[in-house]
Design a protein around this ligand. Structure first.
Ligand SMILES: [Zn+2]
Length: 277
């Protein structure tokens, strides 16, 4: 591996953590239906505006020992955690994909998933305000990386067989994106529908359906297959661990959004361990 300069990584981390600071505002305000652009950051206890020198990602939390500078009430651990996670995510993406369109769009995906994860954990909802524009961004990304000249040749020579169909999806990212969106949303919609039909109660929200549709738009059909398998596995292990730890049954439902999100980020960084190719 060629020697890599440290400065771009330090800058990626700083930029990522500053974005993380904004994501914290989204995580707090989106479920309350408040504007995410104004007013500027305030303490959620006393309402005082956070002064700029107390608004430095991660560092301010440490310097203020996790307390508001005005009223002294505790700042949740979530704030520095999201900033750290966002900084690490952007650094990792820059390491893997360099200064590229992939980094830009995978960063949009990853930051969206961070917001979704923490909102779902706190409120058991996944806002349409993220998943619908997110699905559009996934389609745009794959349209931009598609070689349209080659796609036209492939589609001109297309004769329907399953092999041919998946061959075209492999070569034409935009079609893979559309197919990923439809299968992602479709699989979970079917599961949600069957669950309601059998158990007569809602097991999975429409938010999860739209989330996997958005993930499919970014990652294509292979991404959807990987994310379904990996998120179910991680979710099951987590659920069983909670049952063992609490020595009881799992009365409250676990939100599924964080598992879908984690599995998607694993796919972005590993390509699904090349399990499905
Ligand atoms: Zn305060």
């Amino acid at each position: 591996m060629p020697e890599r300069e440290a400065l771009p990584y330090i800058l990626s981390f700083i930029l990522g953590s500053v974005i993380g600071s904004f994501l914290n505002v989204c995580i707090y305000r989106l479920p309350l239906g408040e504007s995410i652009v104004s007013p500027p950051s305030r303490c959620t206890s006393c309402g005082k505006a956070v002064r700029f020198y107390n608004n430095i990602p991660i560092l301010s939390y440490l310097l203020l020992r996790g307390k508001c500078a005005d009223c002294g009430s505790r700042i949740p651990m979530r704030y520095p955690a999201v900033e750290l996670l966002s900084g690490a995510a952007l650094t990792g993406l820059f390491y893997k994909y360099g200064l590229s369109l992939d980094t830009l769009f995978y960063a949009m995906l990853t930051f969206s998933l961070i917001v979704i994860t923490f909102i779902d954990l706190g409120h058991m909802i996944i806002p349409n305000a993220i998943t619908i524009p997110g699905a559009a961004a996934g389609l745009i990304y794959n349209a931009l990386i598609t070689d349209w000249g080659r796609s036209r040749d492939l589609l001109g020579a297309f004769s329907f067989s399953l092999e041919n169909f998946f061959g075209v999806l492999n070569e034409v990212p935009f079609l893979d994106s559309v197919f990923g969106l439809i299968t992602g949303g479709g699989i979970l919609f079917l599961i949600a529908f069957l669950y309601i039909a059998v158990r007569k109660q809602e097991g999975m929200g429409m938010g999860d359906v739209k989330l996997l549709a958005m993930i499919g738009a970014f990652l294509g059909w292979k991404g959807v297959v990987f994310v379904m398998l990996a998120s179910s596995l991680i979710g099951t292990v987590t659920g069983l661990s909670i049952i063992l730890y609490k020595k009881g049954d799992l009365k409250y439902a676990l939100p599924f959004g964080p598992f879908l999100s984690l599995a998607s980020v694993i796919y972005v960084f590993t390509g699904g361990f090349r399990l499905i190719n």
